[in-house]
Design a binder for this molecule. Sequence first.
Ligand SMILES: Nc1nc2c(ncn2[C@@H]2O[C@H](COP(=O)(O)OP(=O)(O)OP(=O)(O)O)[C@@H](O)[C@H]2O)c(=O)[nH]1
Ligand SMILES: [Mg+2]
Length: 394
Amino acid sequence: MVSEINQTPKALRLHIGVFGDTNAGKSTFINAVTGQNIALTSPVAGTTTDPVFKPMELLPLGPVVFIDTAGLDDKSELGQIRVEKSMEQLEVCDAAVLVISSESQNVCSVKEYVSMIKSKKIPYVIVANKINGKKSELDLELYGNVVSADLNDKNDIGKIKEALIDLLKDKIEDPVLTADLVHPGDLVMLTAPQDIQAPKGRLILPEVQVLRDLLDNNCMVMTVTSDNIRNALDSLKNPPALVVTDSQIFKEVNEIIPKDIPLTSFSLLMAKIKGDIKSLIKGAESIDNLTDGDKVLILESCSHHAMDDDIARVKIPNLLRKYTGKNLVIDNISGQNISINIKDYKLAIHCGGCMINRKAMLKKQRIFSDAGIPMTNFGVCIAYMNGMLKRICY
Ligand SMILES: Nc1nc2c(ncn2[C@@H]2O[C@H](COP(=O)(O)OP(=O)(O)OP(=O)(O)O)[C@@H](O)[C@H]2O)c(=O)[nH]1
Ligand SMILES: [Mg+2]
């Protein structure tokens, strides 16, 4: 179930085409935004000759693919064919980035490219690059959505990502809680620990949310405590289509539930709707890379009174040290904003985020992703270290 970013089928990714004149900086743009040196760049016009596809995870948009193209002004012998191939990409992309070098004086081509993109009704952003502290001589504001940037400057890349996210925000599809795991009419079993703890007299929010979502999906739902799972299974004519477990009792549940019955957990379902689960899982996998002296940051979005076996200050640090066998430096912070310098941390572990919305969680994921620091959350890292991710679906 642990999936890699590149396993998202290309067709399901948002396609962002990068267009402009030869030598404008299209390939440099792709390297800058993806943070990798993957596209060939050079001061020689005509370096990129065919469309090249570069996948990446652009939070909160999710998986996207950038398409590097040959310059639209290519006058070389094969130029016409190259331009046609670039134009084919313009036909199919979900958004366009028009890279205009601030050194360019060619106002006609800007006008022509913008009207071409507009005629296809494709949302676009103009990146005026090579600014080197000065403004483009072309009045690009005339043509709409412009970001001035030096592609060698990290802060400017942040601005470009914000503009792209803003451009495509309507295309973000929020993940569903259970609809992709069940069918109408399915029987689903929810399991709770034998001694259901706080809050007294109620079920916790994830249990209530999952129950409600399953009912909305026209499922039949039975909730049992761990001492009744076997009896409940025996009493059924057909096995449940899905079992949802509390992570605390995963081991017992896993022993009882036959392997052919899909099993998931409340915390993984919540992680799926709250944040970008694939990145959170990749973050958890990076626990295996921690070594002696590495710094880990544990973040909680709200401050609460710490209890004796507090999950953020006691349980997770203990589990991390036991699992890795390493001498780790573990810091805790709480609150909505990250007010410390994060660059020395090798891993960030965020709480489940019950007090923040998906947008806020994705923003935090992006801050760490941009800083090159893997980030996971409480539920996902516990599931990973307990070996649950090999068994459960989400
Ligand atoms: N200083 C500076 N140089 C840039 C910037 N963007 C691109 N360049 C340089 O401009 C040159 C051309 O960049 P490329 O990314 O190869 O341009 P391209 O649009 O992909 O060109 P073709 O593939 O030939 O169509 C390279 O030498 C880059 O280093 C920028 O924002 N600032
Ligand atoms: Mg190129």
